[in-house]
Design a binder for this molecule. Sequence first.
Ligand SMILES: [Cu+2]
Length: 105
Amino acid sequence: MNRIINITAALALTLGVSTAAVTTAALAAGAAAISGEVKKIDEGTGKITLKHGPAKSLGMDDPMTMVYRVKDPAMLKQVKVGDKVTFEAEEAASGYTVTKMEKAK
Ligand SMILES: [Cu+2]
């Protein structure tokens, strides 16, 4: 089953297809971890500004700094400005949302 998901995700990414289903498959396969740095945290609105490298799973081929929503507000308390992090995100109707985040080692 995992093998099928991996092949499907790889094929879809190769073809440049970007759908929610593909993003989910890529995350499930653990292929979507993105390296970034925390630039700003806004607990009031539940948003975080991250400077990050290429994130092909999100269709971002170049490094950039952008604002993300977080799936769980508690995630904002686990990091501080200047921290290097590894995160996963998905494109939701409300905007790009960080689904997982941890300090880089
Ligand atoms: Cu981005």
